[in-house]
Design a protein around this ligand. Structure first.
Ligand SMILES: Nc1ncnc2c1ncn2[C@@H]1O[C@H](COP(=O)(O)OP(=O)(O)O)[C@@H](O)[C@H]1O
Ligand SMILES: [Mg+2]
Length: 498
């Protein structure tokens, strides 16, 4: 094109020169020009000079123009090439097709996907080179929608076959477009290969799904574990309840055993005065029978009667003393046994009650050499004598079993004072005492250091429960190895002082 323009200028220049000549020549023929000093200037010469100058100028302009055109052409070519380079370097597929489906422009990435070159594909029909007919049909339909509607279209995800048979996933943008060098409408397509991203997303989704599944499994397992733990706890609570029941039963049987022991001891104790009484009674009866016989036979002498009166008085005295003793034993036992089994509240005298308790417990200690003293004052208390008896029994039995060796002579003292409207009762032995470990555990149920000798470990536990629950008091124990043990029970004097 610039070349054509240069030629036209040249033709113009030559035409002008010829025109000038044709004007100058007739002028030269008719009007000769005369100089001031009368010289004649020849016209022809002048015409030549002018024509030469114009020709030279035109030639010069032509050259300048030519160079400019060449430079512009070069620039345009370079621009086109670098644009080509840019679209070929793009990793995305770019192409422009006309309505017929012919490639007006195609980049290398797109050409690669079709297994061909840019040059070969430019101008050819897409449908002739696409490897999948069904897919091509769809592409064509999508292209036509853009042609017909004139709006851009974006497809977020569509499958696309490469010529090597691999299926890729594309995100495609179709734009209605009119190329600068023609009026024919076209569609510019830009496709981004999202296969990797899709695969990554799918892998991510898969691992998320797996994670979710794992999480659900975990939750399920936690639920199952929680349920089995709850069941185990339930079972544990049940066995704990059973254990408590067994413990209560054992405590009860220990109490009953103590009562049984008391009965046996008292029975044994009563045996002696009763035996003596029976002997004295039968002696008296024999003597009486003998006297009656002598009287019947008329052989009764005054001296016999005197002797009978003497032995009879003696025997009946023995009889009375022993019967009284037995009656006293029975009375106190009855009281103690009734108290112990009924757990009734009633007023009682502390000193007298401790005496009675000691009398009932005598069979347990009478063969030992221990001195047992009751220093309790004469005070009335309104409480549970049965519970009190239980405590004294357990503490005394413990002192006898645990505090002393067989040939020891111990000293056991019970005392009581009133402090702040409360009875402070102490039970003290001067035996072996306890080490720290035993002291820590002594009140625990079933803790015993004499299991092999029949210890149940319930004695002090019962003391603790009875003091705290029945008497509403507290119990404190001090002990030191070799220095004996002392129990201090603080309890209300009566219900009013609770
Ligand atoms: N007076 C005491 N002197 C020394 N140790 C004692 C005394 N009383 C109790 N103990 C200790 O406390 C333990 C617990 O006593 P206890 O509960 O009555 O059970 P048990 O008499 O059946 O052993 C005893 O085994 C013993 O070691
Ligand atoms: Mg005991």
């Amino acid at each position: 094109m610039p070349q054509m323009k240069g030629n036209r200028i040249m033709t113009g220049a030559v035409t002008t020169i010829i025109a000038l000549f044709s004007c100058a020549l007739p002028a030269a023929a008719h009007d000769d020009l005369i100089t001031p000093n009368g010289d004649l200037i020849p016209y022809l010469l002048m015409a030549f000079v002018v024509a030469a100058i114009i020709t030279l100028a035109l030639l010069y302009f032509n050259r300048v123009l030519k160079r400019g055109i060449e430079r512009r052409t070069g620039e345009l070519k370079r621009n086109q090439e670098s644009l080509r380079q840019v679209i070929d370097l793009m990793p995305n597929m770019i192409h422009v097709k006309n309505r017929e489906g012919r490639f007006l422009l195609i980049n290398r990435t797109m050409a690669d996907s079709l297994g061909s070159t840019v040059d070969e594909l430019t101008g050819s029909l897409h449908s002739d080179v696409h490897p999948n007919a069904k897919e091509m049909e769809r592409i064509r339909e999508d292209d036509m929608v853009v042609f017909d509607n004139g709006f851009p279209q974006v497809k977020m995800e569509e499958p696309y076959h490469f010529v090597d048979g691999s299926i890729h996933w594309l995100q495609t943008t179709r734009l209605p477009y009119t190329p600068a060098d023609s009026d024919e409408p076209a569609v510019l397509t830009l496709a981004v290969d999202i296969t990797r991203r899709k695969e990554d997303n799918e892998a991510l989704q898969k691992s998320q799904d797996e994670l979710q599944k794992l999480n659900e499994e975990l939750e399920q397992r936690v639920e199952e574990r929680t349920a089995s733990l709850a069941a185990a706890k339930e079972e544990l609570m049940e066995s704990l309840d059973q254990l408590k029941q067994t413990q209560e039963e054992l405590i009860l049987s220990e109490k009953l055993a103590a009562l049984g022991g008391l009965v046996a001891g008292v029975a044994h104790e009563i045996n002696t005065p009763l035996g003596v009484g029976v002997t004295a009674g039968s002696f008296l009866s024999d003597n009486l029978k003998d006297m009656a016989k002598r009287f019947d036979q008329g052989e009764l002498k005054k001296s016999d009667l005197e002797k009978f009166i003497e032995t009879g008085t003696e025997s009946s005295k023995t009889l009375m003393t022993n019967l009284n003793r037995a009656a006293e034993l029975i009375r106190s036992f009855k009281q103690v046994a009734a108290d112990q089994s009924s757990e009734l509240r009633r007023p009682f005298n502390l000193r007298e009650y401790v005496d009675e308790a000691l009398l009932s417990l005598r069979p347990k200690y009478k063969r030992t050499g221990h001195v047992i003293e009751n220093h309790c004052p004469d005070i009335e208390i309104d409480s549970y004598p049965g519970a009190f008896m239980q405590i004294i029994t357990n503490l005394l039995v413990n002192a006898l079993i645990h505090a002393y060796d067989e040939d020891d002579y111990g000293h056991i003292v019970m005392d009581g004072t009133v402090e702040n409207d409360k009875l402070v009762f102490t039970f003290k032995d001067d035996g072996k005492g306890m080490d720290n470990n035993t002291m820590d555990k002594a009140f625990e149920p079933f803790y015993t250091t004499k299991r092999e000798k029949g210890g149940t470990g319930l004695g002090l536990h019962i003391v603790f429960n009875t003091v705290t629950q029945t008497l509403g008091g507290t119990v404190r124990m001090t002990s030191e190895p070799g220095k004996g043990t002392e129990f201090t029970i603080t309890m209300p004097l009566s219900e009013k002082t609770v």
